[in-house]
Every structure is written in C-alpha cells, then in structure tokens.
Ligand binder design. Sequence first.
Ligand code: AMP
Ligand code: MG
Length: 393
Amino acid sequence: MIDTATALALVLSHGSTSGKIAEVDLGDALGHVLATDVISEIDMPPFRQSAMDGYAVKASDTDTYTLIGEIQAGADNNPQLSAGQAVRIFTGAAVPDSATAVVMQEKVEVKGNEISLQIPLHPEMNIRPQGEQIKKGTVALASGTTIKASHVGFLAGLGITKITVRGKPSIAIVVTGNELVPPGKPLPYGKIYESNGAMLKASLSGLGYKDVAIVRIADDYEDTKKVLQESIENFDVVVVTGGVSVGDYDFVGKALHAIGVEEIFHQVKQKPGKPLFFGRKEDTSIFGLPGNPGAALTSFYIYVYPLLKTYEGADEVNLTSLAMPILFDFTVNGDRAQFLKARMQGNGVAILGGQSSAMVRAFGDANALVFLPENSTEIKKGTLVKSILLPHT
Ligand code: AMP
Ligand code: MG
C-alpha cells in the first residue's frame, strides 16, 4: 500500500493544466486562476497623493505658513507654492508638485490665514509617492494566481475590467449504494439518505466549480460500468463515492478496470480513506472516494482539490498548511497516517471528538485537518503538528 505523500505526488503528476483560456469580466473572476500576467497600465497611486487630512506645505525655515487655498480629493488644481506657503488638503487629494510635505491637521494650529506647525517637517511626509503600490508597465498579478476579493479590488483600482483565466473542469459526482435514498423521500427501514452528493457539490460550488452533476448508480456491476463509462466520456473529472472498498457489492474498482481506466493507485496507508482509488482514462481523472461522508470529504480536500487546481494551472494547488502546537495530549490508534478533524484556536490546534469516518458532524466545527504521519504514537501537548487549513466551504 502506498503512503499519502506518494499518492498525492501521483495525483499531481497525472494532472495537467488543461483549462481553456478565456476572458472574463473582473466581476465574475472570483475563484478563477489567472492564465496570463496582468500588467498595470497606470501608476498606483496615479499621482503624489495625500495620506492625511491636513496641510500641504512648501518647507521654509519658520514654523508659520500662509494658507493660499484648498485641494479636495478629486480636484485637479495644482497651485504653485512658494516657500512658507501652504494649502488645506484632504486624504486622497493630489499634492501640489511644489509641496514638500503634508502635515496632519491634528499637528497644526490655525489662526485665520496662518498655520503654525507643532511638529518638525520631514521631506515627503504623509505623501504617498506616485506608483508606490505599483508602477505602470509592471506585473500587477502573476499568472497562476487564484483570484480573491482583494485581487478584484486591486485590479479594479488599476482600471481593469477583464482578465484572462483558465476554465474550470466539469465534474461528475457519482454516488453508489443500494441503501441510498434522496433526501425529501420517506426513509424505509435499512436505507439512509444520500448525502455525499449534496456535500461535495456544495463544497465545489463554494470553490467556484459550477459545472457539476450528481449521478446515482445502484450496486449493480452492469449499471456501474455503463454509468461510469458515460461519466468519463462527458466530464473532465469523475468523483465516485462508495463502492471502492472490498465488499462483495463494491463494483467500482472492477468496473473501472473493465472499461479501460488505468489504475494509478488503489488504497493508501491513511485513516480515513484507505480504499481511495485514482485512475485516468484519456484526459479524464477518476477518483474513487470511500462512501463514508467524513472520509469522502477528507479525501476530497487532500487529493481531489489539488487535482482541480492543477487543471486550472494554479501556482498553489494544495491547501495551505501550518505547523501548530497541539493543545492536548493525543494517542494515535493504529499505524496508518491520520487526517484528523481539528480546530485551530488561541495558540494551537485541538483535535476534535467524533473522528469516525461515518460521522461528518465534527467537520462542521473543524477549520483544519491535522496530519500525523505513519507510525505516530503518543503526541504530547505542545508538539508541532501539520495543520491543513480547510476552505470555508
Ligand atoms: P462503501 O464505501 O460503499 O462501503 O460505503 C461506506 C459507508 O458509507 C456505508 O455505510 C454507506 O452506506 C455510506 N455511504 C456511501 N455512500 C454514501 C452517500 N452517498 N451518502 C451517505 N452515506 C453513504
Ligand atoms: Mg457501498
């Protein structure tokens, strides 16, 4: 059985940047990955800008200055100051070329037409230099960046309205199991509600993947082959949940082989998610996740998410991880590597109760997965553990 690092490396090595390049409106770009560098067409700020409400002055050797006017934010006046003259100025306004500093209004005493400075002047104080944030003609955002709200603001601030991004993969979530009943229907004895489909679709939606279908199959070999074949033909990524284990009715592995999917790996030395399958057929990546919802969601974040980001050409494909001190002693069961639902709080990370693969409830309280490598035993309070930040979705 392969280890988690090998499994992830195999997933990444079989993924490729395949998303089609397209131009989108900046307002629709959240969560998309930039396909080209964005070059700024302007300096930001575009002019020497006041960082304060106060007075722009031209330095002289006295502390008293004569007021000769006012510059509001957005105004285009550029008065010529002589040494010893000042203008009233406001935050964001263009500082006159002739001014050498801006003094905040709290540090000035005003007497009619005169102001006297309560602090020493330093050249360029409280003035944001032209192009301080970014210079015209330089890279504002690099190709491979996943667009966040702050990026949208930054690019809008440069006057940009459209950017070039990579398309996202289409994804089929294939749920398997005769015991599954769609939510909203009566629940006969022996059945459970199907929840992986809704959960994975919701997570994908929050991450910006909208071309997602939920496909259901019964635990029937012929049906499994047929539906998997169709899904592989019609989608870029196929995520199967359930039926990849070793039970008599776990047909997914056998069906995938029968329809010509190349097995890259099947089974990983980890908990949860030991039965994980990954394969490829032509340009389609196929995951077989365990059916247990907790295990399915963990495997999704650790293995499926990086493949999706690879498809889009993102420069960071894994979720961010940090080394955090564990807040309580923890005893590991078994020798497999562990992904544990955890909560980063205060100065450390706490492993949550309810780790069973079947239970997804603790995930709701989790903001991280703690990774403990194979053969971990007693983890003492204060030990640094790898904490993988979960997205808010
Ligand atoms: P399996 O991997 O098919 O052996 O399923 C493992 C466990 O997960 C079983 O208890 C299944 O009933 C449950 N399970 C499988 N698929 C789903 C699903 N889509 N929604 C909720 N539970 C599921
Ligand atoms: Mg099953």
